[in-house]
Design a protein around this ligand. Structure first.
Ligand SMILES: Cc1cc2nc3c(=O)[nH]c(=O)nc-3n(C[C@H](O)[C@H](O)[C@H](O)COP(=O)(O)OP(=O)(O)OC[C@H]3O[C@@H](n4cnc5c(N)ncnc54)[C@H](O)[C@@H]3O)c2cc1C
Length: 299
């Protein structure tokens, strides 16, 4: 296993920060898939890997279990996610202690979505209500031992009345001690550039990693924008629609779109990019290979 390194050192490096997001597997086939993908991407100079935290049950245990495996078997710097959903403060303390003891370099602190079937988020009676509370809670317990990442939404969080209100709470979340921000996926860079400008104007100075999903099909792109409230640009919709049932062509079009997005983001000052790889290696490999061939990334 690599010695844990400081995430702030990663962000200060001259190379773009590249992070990839895994989710904990639910089945044996899923377990094979995540390990195969981790193996395939391990020599691509990934700065850190994050691993999501499920809505409840055994998948939560697997976040830390697979996080440890990604560290031990492949040498990734792993940053587990943690949410407030369904947890008392004592339970959160136990998970945070475990994350700190296992030498993970950081944590992504989230509120989480309401569990299936519930319309609004209800905190545990002895739990925390907002991601900012969780950031404060982690800082109080662990000092500076863990780097803390938080989520942000260039096209606003679906529950927020407007972007200005969402940005106000983002600033509060960062002021509680967050070290970096990872954004929700977006397909139109104009949203990211405008968002970063507004964050900087409010005094949010931490790195803002843009979240990129290479869409695999029109159906998948529509599904994602549907649940996260992002905008699907007409040009991308047309490109994916033109592929019809040809899934290989659609995947290539999606990778091309993500490639252009990343080229432009890095050229205009983004500190790197966060890839939503959905535990699949093919499109991430093709995308990273094209970025290498173009000299955009050097690892
Ligand atoms: C990069 C990324 C990773 C994610 N990983 C996971 C994961 O692993 N597991 C998972 O379940 N979900 C994950 N999510 C989804 C996330 O949990 C949801 O988007 C959730 O609805 C909001 O989480 P948050 O941490 O942004 O919440 P918060 O920052 O708490 O914000 C939620 C809403 O409340 C508002 N708000 C915030 N603070 C306050 C306050 N003090 N007073 C009033 N309003 C406030 C905000 O404007 C926003 O509308 C992820 C999202 C992103 C972008």
């Amino acid at each position: 296993m690599n010695k844990p390194i400081s995430l702030s050192a990663i962000f200060q490096a001259s190379q773009p920060t590249i992070s990839i997001e895994f989710f904990p597997p639910k089945t044996e086939e899923g377990a094979r898939q995540i390990l195969k993908t981790a193996q395939a991407l391990k020599d691509y100079g990934i700065s850190f890997a994050s691993i999501t935290y499920g809505a409840g049950g055994s998948t939560r245990e697997r976040t830390l279990e697979y996080g440890e495996l990604l560290q031990q078997l492949f040498g990734y710097q792993v940053v587990p996610h943690l949410t407030c959903v369904g947890h008392s403060q004592d339970e959160l303390t136990a998970v945070i202690d475990r994350i700190a003891t296992a030498d993970f370099p950081g944590i992504v602190a989230l509120r989480g979505d309401p569990p299936k079937g519930e319309a609004t988020f209800q905190p545990h009676p002895d739990g925390l209500r907002h991601a900012s509370d969780l950031v404060h809670f982690i800082r109080k317990q662990q000092g500076k031992k863990l780097a803390i990442g938080v989520a942000a939404y260039p096209e606003k969080h679906p529950e927020a009345a407007d972007l200005a209100t969402d940005l106000h709470w983002l600033k509060h979340k960062v002021d509680q001690g967050a070290d970096f921000i990872v954004t929700q996926l977006f397909f139109d860079n104009a949203h990211y550039f405008s968002f970063v400008k507004q964050c900087r104007a409010l005094g949010i100075t931490v790195p803002i990693l843009p979240g990129i999903l290479p869409p695999l099909s029109l159906e998948q792109a529509k599904k994602f924008v549907g649940f996260c409230g992002a905008h699907l640009p007409a040009a991308l919709e047309e490109k994916l629609a033109a592929c019809g049932d040809d899934l290989v062509a659609a995947q290539t079009a999606g990778i091309d779109w993500a490639f252009s997005q990343i080229q432009e983001l890095l050229a205009h000052g983004a500190p790197g990019f966060h890839l939503y790889i959905l535990n699949r290696s093919e499109s991430a490999l093709a995308l990273l290979d094209s970025l290498r061939a173009a000299g955009t990334i050097h690892q």
